[in-house]
Design a protein around this ligand. Structure first.
Ligand code: KE4
Length: 428
């Protein structure tokens, strides 16, 4: 493939933007090489600055679950933008979005809109601390909850991708209140709780981890966390920025039958525009200003353009639940195809999948936490990434990311992807 325009754009970008990107994981640092610059996208396809077409398995890291430039969304935005882009005052549309979400997900009496998943998780943690009057919280190695200081301790996603062990700028005071346990290890949580009695405000977790590849909770794990929280007066925050509205209408809470005290959203909720949210039971959410004193605010929170994009996507998902079946069937088709070719060639691998979240790990051990994800053959994944990119298949540029399917993918796209993988494996 010709990448000359992307190469020129990348060197030009680096003169004005740190690393040439506005988010580190886009820079291909872990897979090597230089990023391709995307010019436009339609349905399941990305088109780069050199006119190359790619089958898209990032879906903008999750939001584009219905595919790119989905007509109802683009039409809704075009109509809404003629009425101005922001007022800084309440609108009926924000009520409609909140009511729609409350009808789709469990355990949300009240929900506050913000502008990113980071803001959602940061605000939920502050609220949990304000509600419980406790300072510490537990997160899990390899989980990523955005780039707020408290969360950048043993985080996943770009932090793992860039192997940043200690993020400069995170003070000892902040990290002292961040307790970390391995994912899927209940005993480690019990030990932290025993060591810090009555000090822990919250446990925040990705109910399905997507920032160290896709890692499913082991049977009983989330239920065990729920029991610990109930016993100890700790709030369970489910970070559904990735899983929300992707795994099911009600997200992981519905799919995995687990109740959150607070839940955070992002990605799909904005339909590709900057929207996040956090919500929960009224007794907790009423602590948020202006009702309570836990302050949280945002100039563009509930922005009409983000709201209309998110509302349109959520409404589509809410009124057409068969989309989830279609997404699942497509991802199962991909999983079975990949597994067949890898087994045929006896390539050590694990494929983790739930719903339309999937990841491929080149290893002969189960991938159940960050350590087992990191122990896979990362360099082989990186070679795989570039082989597929050159065949017009755009996978997430990191072994530490889940792949995200959109419902715009066809069986032909999936079979082309399987075919590409087969050719890669044949060359091993
Ligand atoms: P944002 O602030 O990027 O909107 O959301 C942060 C966040 C919170 N929680 C979870 C579970 C997340 O996955 C994320 C963000 N995900 C990464 C991809 N793994 C965003 C991609 C990027 O950083 O560019």
């Amino acid at each position: 493939m010709n990448h000359s325009t992307s190469e020129q754009l990348f060197s030009r970008a680096a003169r004005s933007i740190p690393g040439g990107v506005n988010s580190p994981v886009r820079a291909f640092r872990s897979v090597g090489g230089n990023p391709v610059f995307i010019k436009r996208a339609q349905g399941a396809y990305l088109y780069d600055a050199d006119g190359n077409r790619y089958i898209d398995y990032i879906s903008s890291w999750g939001p584009m679950v219905l595919g790119h430039a989905y007509e109802p969304v683009t039409q809704a935005i075009q109509k809404k933008v003629m009425e101005s882009t922001s007022f800084g005052a309440p609108t009926e549309l924000e009520i409609e979005v909140a009511e729609l979400i409350k009808g789709m997900v469990p355990n949300v009496d009240l929900i506050r809109m913000v502008n990113s998943g980071t803001e959602a998780c940061m605000s939920a943690l502050r609220l949990a601390r304000g509600y419980t009057r406790r300072n510490k919280f537990i997160k899990f190695e390899g989980c990523y909850h955005g780039h707020a200081d408290s969360f950048l301790v043993k985080a996943g996603s770009g932090v793992a991708t860039l192997n940043i062990q200690q993020v400069p700028g995170i003070t000892g005071g902040v990290s002292a209140d961040t307790l970390v346990a391995p994912y899927n290890d209940l005993q480690a949580v019990e030990e932290l709780v025993a060591t810090h009695p009555d000090e822990i405000a919250a446990i925040i977790i990705e109910p399905v981890a997507g920032n160290m590849g896709c890692i499913l909770p082991l049977p009983g794990y989330l239920e065990g966390l729920r029991k610990i929280c109930d016993r100890e007066g700790i709030l369970l925050i489910l970070d559904e920025v990735m899983t929300g509205f992707r795994l099911a209408r009600g997200g992981a809470q519905e799919r995995l039958n687990i109740d959150a005290d607070l839940v955070t959203y992002g990605k799909v909720i904005g339909g590709g525009l900057p929207v996040g949210a956090f919500g929960g039971r009224k007794e907790i959410m009423d602590k948020i200003a202006p009702v309570g004193n836990v302050y949280q605010a945002g100039t563009l929170s509930g922005n009409p353009i983000g709201m209309i994009a998110g509302y349109t996507v959520l409404q589509e998902l809410n009124e057409n639940p068969f989309i989830y079946t279609s997404l699942e069937n497509k991802t199962v088709h991909l999983e079975n195809g990949l597994r067949h070719i890898l087994e045929k060639r006896s390539v050590p691998h694990r494929i983790n999948r739930i719903g339309s979240m999937i990841s491929l790990h080149f290893c002969d051990h189960d991938v159940v936490d960050f350590q087992t994800a990191a122990a896979a053959d990362i360099s082989l994944f990186n070679r795989f990434f570039h082989f597929m990119l050159e065949r017009g298949i755009y996978l997430p540029p990191s072994a530490y990311e889940s792949w995200f399917l959109s419902d715009a993918l066809t069986n032909e796209d999936l079979d082309a992807t399987i075919q590409g993988a087969e050719e890669f494996v044949a060359g091993l």
